[in-house]
Design a protein around this ligand. Structure first.
Ligand SMILES: Cc1cc2nc3c(=O)[nH]c(=O)nc-3n(C[C@H](O)[C@H](O)[C@H](O)COP(=O)(O)O)c2cc1C
Length: 337
């Protein structure tokens, strides 16, 4: 069997194949209430029906002011738990695992009615507000909210929680050498991430992992070596998986980013060499044979297909056909391949 279609254990859960839909914001919340809508249900259910092994629902804020925009998903109230449960139930009709990315946008929040929080008072660029460097009470509230959202996610039926520490959002701001301007214990920004990971793990039984930007593309900030060291520490802290992306910390970083096919795979490979837990690779991976080559080459354990799945909900079946695994295609669609 093609490795892309073989099962894998992630912490206490097992996925039927290695195809991951990575978190992708839809900005479709209609009433500013953080609840998934019919659009969310239809959109994610189409990919569940389309054979994806693990769907990670888009960045979902742990606090209202942690949203990127007012149209983001949230998970800070019991009413939202119910709405998320309806979404998860719809997906679970098909045989797959469903995860959620829990997030706080920090200085990248564009919510109209709040001052963004961060580890510094430097705005992302001219289109963003100047953030407030968080007080210890605000950090405490953020940690508690994160854990409370994780418990709510488990109640809603999610199998997996991804802690968003990538793409320049709040936890990534703490990890950045330049954006972390604190002079207390959180000067070591990894402390906050590790505290959250520890507390989330202590309160839920589902799989818990972290999404990281492997490099900032900025010469005087952190890069791949530091990220790999952090991944080893996160594994020791209890992470069940790592999802390796890059960038998003600076609006105009000084190292030019070459966006080419598989451009982030080298980062996943460096992390995979250093840890034993499953690693997800992502970034312009488009075909079944590309994903299969990454798995066989020990670059990663799971392959995320983002924009390809936006274009093609039945991508997994297309890839099953490409890799001569036609028996895995949903019966009703067999004749299309
Ligand atoms: C429309 C859109 C929304 C996205 N939203 C998120 C998000 O909520 N959280 C996140 O970590 N990454 C987000 N991303 C990044 C994707 O998860 C993925 O890493 C990126 O698209 C690269 O993978 P691809 O080349 O397969 O699309 C988003 C990307 C797109 C295109």
């Amino acid at each position: 069997m093609a490795k892309l279609f073989s099962p894998l254990q992630i912490g206490k859960i097992s996925v039927k194949n290695r195809i991951v839909m990575p978190p992708m914001c839809l900005y479709k919340v209609s009433l500013d209430d953080g609840k998934p809508t019919k659009f969310h249900t239809d959109h994610y259910t189409a990919r569940a029906l389309g054979g994806v092994g693990l769907i990670i629902v888009e960045a979902t804020a742990v606090l209202p002011e942690g949203r990127i925009t007012n149209a983001d998903l949230g998970l800070w109230s019991d009413e939202q738990v119910l709405a998320h449960k309806n979404l998860v139930d719809s997906l679970k009709f098909y045989d797959l695992k469903v995860g959620i990315q829990l997030a706080h946008a920090g200085r990248k929040s564009m919510c109209v009615d709040s001052t963004p929080l961060s580890s510094c008072e430097i705005k992302f660029d001219e289109n963003y507000k100047t953030p407030k460097n968080m007080s210890l009470d605000e950090i405490d509230n953020f940690k508690q909210s994160f854990v409370s959202s994780a418990i709510k996610a488990q109640k809603a039926g999610y199998d997996l929680i991804e802690i968003h520490a990538a793409h320049g959002y709040l936890l990534n701001q703490f990890l950045s050498k330049k954006l972390n301007q604190r002079d207390d214990k959180y000067k070591d920004g990894s402390l906050l991430l590790k505290e959250i990971l520890t507390q989330v793990k202590a309160n839920v039984s589902c799989a818990v992992g972290v999404r990281l930007s492997a490099t900032t593309y900025q010469s005087d900030d952190y890069g791949l070596d530091e990220c790999v060291k952090l991944c080893v520490e996160l594994e020791k802290t209890g992470a069940d998986f790592l999802h390796i992306s890059s960038g998003g910390v600076y609006a105009n970083p000084d190292i030019s980013l070459k966006i080419a096919p598989l451009y982030q795979a080298e980062f996943a490979k460096a992390v995979k060499k250093a840890v034993k837990i499953p690693v997800i690779a992502v970034g312009l991976i488009k075909t079944g044979s590309e994903g299969e080559a990454l798995l066989l080459g020990d670059v990663c354990d799971l392959v995320a297909y983002g924009r390809e799945l936006l274009k093609e909900p039945n991508l997994a079946y297309k890839m099953a056909s490409e890799l001569n695994e036609k028996s895995l295609i949903e019966n009703s669609y067999q004749r299309a391949f």
